[in-house]
Design a protein around this ligand. Structure first.
Ligand code: FPP
Length: 287
C-alpha cells in the first residue's frame, strides 16, 4: 500500500486497485513527463514576502477546485486545457495565501474517484501535477512554502512519486505556508485505513485517532476553517471529511480557472462574518 505504516492489514489489502475499480490502470509508461515548464523568475522581494506569520497561526483553507472541464468545453477547448488553466490559478492562489492569513492551504488536485475518468484525462492531470512539482519546488523554497501531498502514492507513476518525495524534502523547512496537495485522495478511504490501524493504539481518543489519520494521510491532519468549492456544485465529494467537521463552507459558482485572488479575499471576508459556535450558544445568548 502507499501509506507510510509498516504493513497492510487484511482489510486494507482488499482495497481494489484502479484497474479493477475503473478500467485499465495508468502504467508509468503511459505518463511521459515533459521538462518542467519555465516560470518567470521570482522577484527578489515578492509581494508579501516580508510577512512571516509564526507557524500554526492563521487559517486552514481547503479548496475543491472544480469546473476545469466545463471551463474548457464552454470555450471549445479540450478538458486538458481547463486543467492547465486550473494549475495557473493554483499558482496565483498559493502565492497570495500567506499574506491573506492562511497558514495551511489544501487543494484537491486529484480525487481517488477520478480514476473513473478516461485514462488519457487522468494521465494528463498526473503529468500536469508532475510538471507543477518540477517547476514550482524551487519557488516554494524561496517563498517559505512547505509542500506536502496527501493521498495514496502506490497508484501514481513512480516518477511522480519520486518528485513528490523530492519536493517534500526540499521544502520541509518552509514556515510561511503549508501547502497540501491532495492527489489520489479519498477521505473515506483514509478514515477506513486509519480505523484499520487504530485497534493497535492503546490510547483511544479522538485526538489519538486524528494522529493515526495524520499518519495515513501524511502531511498532517489539521481542522479546516474554511472550505471553498468552485464550479457551482455544493457537495464535499469525499474531501477531508474528518477535518471539515466544523468548517465553514463557501460555494463559488465560477469555474476554478476563473477564480481570482479577489474571490479568495471575498470568501475570507464572508468567513469573518460567520459565527463559529461549534455547537455552543452564540456569545449573545450564552449569558
Ligand atoms: C476539477 O475539474 C479538477 C480536477 C479533477 C483535477 C485538476 C486540478 C487542478 C489542475 C487544480 C490544481 C492544480 C495544481 C497544480 C495544484 P473537473 O475536471 O472536475 O471540472 P468539471 O466539473 O467541469 O468537469
Amino acid at each position: 500500500m502507499g501509506y507510510p505504516m509498516e504493513s497492510a492489514t487484511p482489510a486494507e489489502q482488499q482495497i481494489p486497485s484502479p484497474a479493477s475499480a475503473a478500467g485499465p490502470a495508468l502504467g508509468t509508461s503511459q505518463v511521459v513527463v515533459p521538462m518542467p515548464a519555465s516560470r518567470p523568475p521570482a522577484p527578489a522581494a515578492a509581494e508579501g514576502a516580508e510577512f512571516a506569520p509564526p507557524a500554526n497561526s492563521g487559517l486552514h483553507v481547503a479548496i475543491i477546485s472544480d469546473g476545469n472541464g466545463r471551463w474548457a468545453t464552454s470555450r471549445g477547448l479540450p478538458r486538458s486545457a481547463g486543467h492547465r488553466a486550473g494549475a495557473e490559478t493554483a499558482r496565483r492562489i498559493i502565492e497570495a495565501a500567506p499574506r491573506l492569513g492562511i497558514h495551511t492551504l489544501t487543494l484537491f488536485a486529484l480525487s481517488s474517484a477520478n480514476w473513473k475518468r478516461p485514462a488519457a484525462e487522468v494521465g494528463g492531470i498526473l503529468r500536469l501535477l508532475h510538471e507543477y512539482l518540477l517547476s514550482e519546488t524551487e519557488h516554494c523554497v524561496q517563498q517559505g512554502v512547505r509542500l506536502s501531498v496527501i493521498g495514496r502514492r502506490d497508484r501514481v507513476p513512480s516518477t511522480l512519486r519520486q518528485a513528490i518525495a523530492d519536493s517534500e524534502a526540499a521544502t520541509a523547512a518552509g514556515l510561511r505556508l503549508h501547502l497540501r496537495l491532495a492527489i489520489d485522495y479519498s477521505a473515506r478511504e483514509a478514515i477506513f485505513h486509519a480505523a484499520c490501524r487504530f485497534y493497535k493504539v492503546t490510547e483511544l481518543s479522538p485526538e489519538s485517532f486524528s494522529r493515526v489519520l495524520a499518519e495515513v494521510y501524511r502531511g498532517g491532519s489539521t481542522e479546516v476553517d474554511l472550505l471553498i468549492r468552485t464550479g457551482g456544485e455544493q457537495r464535499l465529494s469525499d474531501f477531508l471529511l474528518w477535518e471539515c467537521a466544523f468548517a465553514e463552507f463557501v460555494f463559488v459558482p465560477k469555474a476554478w480557472p476563473d477564480f481570482t485572488v479577489a474571490d479568495l479575499e471575498a470568501a475570507l471576508e464572508e468567513f469573518t462574518h460567520r459565527e463559529r459556535t461549534r455547537g455552543a450558544l452564540p456569545d449573545a445568548l450564552a449569558g
